[in-house]
Design a protein around this ligand. Structure first.
Ligand SMILES: [Zn+2]
Length: 165
């Protein structure tokens, strides 16, 4: 199964250009997402797992945010890089994002955990790319809907506001 996944190289300009064309990104946006996700790894607080994760996200209006995993002595309390990045962006007033990048120190690339996939779902269209970089800067891209099929999202609920009945 894993052997059938094609891993692309960020050093291969034609693969990067193809990816950008397929997912509606410019190469500058791709490179910025790549850089931010890799750089964010160095800010991880992960004394327990030693597993650094960095995330870079871009809002539809072109704002970038970064995040890293923040662990806790009470293990389940720790937070993933993706949710840290989205928390920053959302609390700065950005509610819609068009791309997500995640970087780790392993190969092949790691993908966002199930909780993060759902978290991302709240603020992104199902077609957005999630770019996963490995320790060699090689990457895999999947659309959110491929990572979270048949998902549940905000449109399934009544509009927020006071209940009238
Ligand atoms: Zn996660």
């Amino acid at each position: 199964m894993a052997s059938s996944i094609q891993i692309l190289s960020s050093a291969n300009s034609s693969q990067v250009e193809c990816t950008c064309k397929d997912y509606g990104l410019t190469t500058a946006e791709f490179n910025e997402l790549h850089k931010r996700s890799v750089d964010a790894k160095s800010t991880a607080y992960c004394p327990y797992s030693q597993f650094r994760v960095g995330a870079g996200i871009m809002s539809v209006d072109g704002a970038y945010y970064s995040g890293a995993n923040v662990e806790n002595a009470a293990y389940p309390v720790g937070t993933c890089a993706e949710r840290v990045a989205f928390g920053k962006g959302v609390t700065e007033g950005h509610l819609k994002f068009k791309a997500v990048a995640v970087a780790t120190d392993i190969s092949p690339p790691a993908s966002p955990c199930g909780m993060c996939r759902q978290f991302i779902r709240e603020f992104c269209d199902l077609s957005i790319p999630i770019i996963m970089f490995d320790k060699n800067d090689d990457f895999i891209v999947r659309r959110l809907e491929e990572l979270l099929p048949l998902s549940f999202g905000p449109e399934a609920l009544p509009p927020p506001g006071p209940r009238t009945s």
